[in-house]
Write a protein that binds this ligand. Structure first.
Ligand SMILES: [Mn+2]
Length: 322
């Protein structure tokens, strides 16, 4: 086997840790002192025919970045400083949410209750899945904030099926369910391309609801400015990232690969752009399936993107508190 690689973790001085980036664990959801909270969500509402195929997503992301666990103080060139700059508040890792292979309603209520508790502490939840059904209960929980939200969905697929395989809360219906929530006032969807589960009528329904679409091809041709112009100043934004939005060459660790995807910097600069003119109130990263990753490339991309997002949110909080 040509698998004997030098151990980069020991090269960087990493110590063993069970948390993302070696961050402090959060053991009490009622009292969290953090800017954001990593929450592993292995499963919500999988289709019965395929089951919870992304259940190992959260642990794979913790492992993927473990080599940097001793490097939190280093300069991150994607952020212009350490992930958590001096005077900012770090993120925590809340571990994985308990789940059941059969009781999907229970899965959804545990996710929703967990998100509500995190929000009560004024901490930004970052859910790491799990398949793309995990945002539905998160989006429902956002109503506890008592204000209106914009969703920025970044995904190769539009997820507007009314029902699929007799399931209304599955990963092909996430944005349709979001559109039915009274606190969701605006939906912007970025990255659609190729062939997915959506039918022409689903796309029509989404446009009739008022969704603004920026297809992957639009992003490659026109850049990010047209999207960010559509984010209202000082609005409250939930960012829902299906990792298949990115190109399969950088995120092969997903079941719904489609050619022509977004780059790491296109997604990161969208996240930064939102934080600059509005407020990120919650995020999720879904469809992470380490079993189909190629030499850890997908884990690398997604874990670094989550780490950078934590840095963006820490800076957002620092600005708001000063
Ligand atoms: Mn999706």
């Amino acid at each position: 086997m040509m698998n004997n690689k030098p151990d980069l973790a020991s090269l960087f001085g990493a110590t063993k840790s069970d948390t993302f980036l070696g961050l402090d664990p959060c053991n009490n959801l009622d009292s969290i002192d953090a800017s954001s909270a990593f929450v592993g969500v292995p499963c919500a509402t999988p289709y019965r025919s395929v089951g919870p195929y992304a259940k190992n997503g959260p642990s794979s992301i913790r492992n993927a970045i473990a080599s940097l666990n001793a490097n939190l103080d280093r300069h991150n060139f994607d952020l212009g400083g350490p992930i958590f700059p001096q005077g900012s508040i770090k993120a925590v890792d809340c571990g994985d949410i308990a789940w059941d292979e059969k009781n999907f309603q229970e899965n959804r209520s545990i996710i929703s209750e967990t998100v509500k508790k995190i929000l009560k502490n004024n901490v930004i939840p970052i859910l790491v899945g799990g398949d793309d059904s995990i945002p539905i209960p998160m989006l429902e929980a956002m109503s506890s904030k008592g204000r209106d939200f914009t969703i920025l969905q970044i995904d190769a697929h539009i997820d507007w099926r009314e029902i699929h395989m007799e399931e209304r809360y599955g990963l092909s219906s996430t944005m349709r369910r979001a559109s039915e929530m009274s606190h969701i006032k605006k939906i912007i969807q970025v990255g659609a391309r190729g062939i997915g589960s959506g039918h022409p009528q689903d796309f029509e329904d989404a446009k009739n609801w008022g969704v603004k679409f920026y297809l992957a091809d639009d992003v490659h041709s026109n850049g990010l400015d047209p999207i960010l112009e559509n984010i209202d100043q000082n609005s409250s934004v939930i960012i829902c990232i299906d990792i298949d939005s990115m190109d399969p060459s950088i995120t092969p660790n997903t079941i719904g690969r489609v050619p022509g995807g977004l780059t790491y910097f296109q997604v990161l600069n969208l996240i930064k752009g939102v934080a600059q003119k509005a407020k990120i109130e919650a995020m999720d990263f879904a469809e992470i399936m380490p079993e189909v990753d190629i030499d850890g490339i997908g884990g690398l991309t997604v874990s670094r993107l989550i780490a950078s997002s934590m840095g963006v949110i820490a800076r957002q909080k620092q600005r708001a508190d000063s």
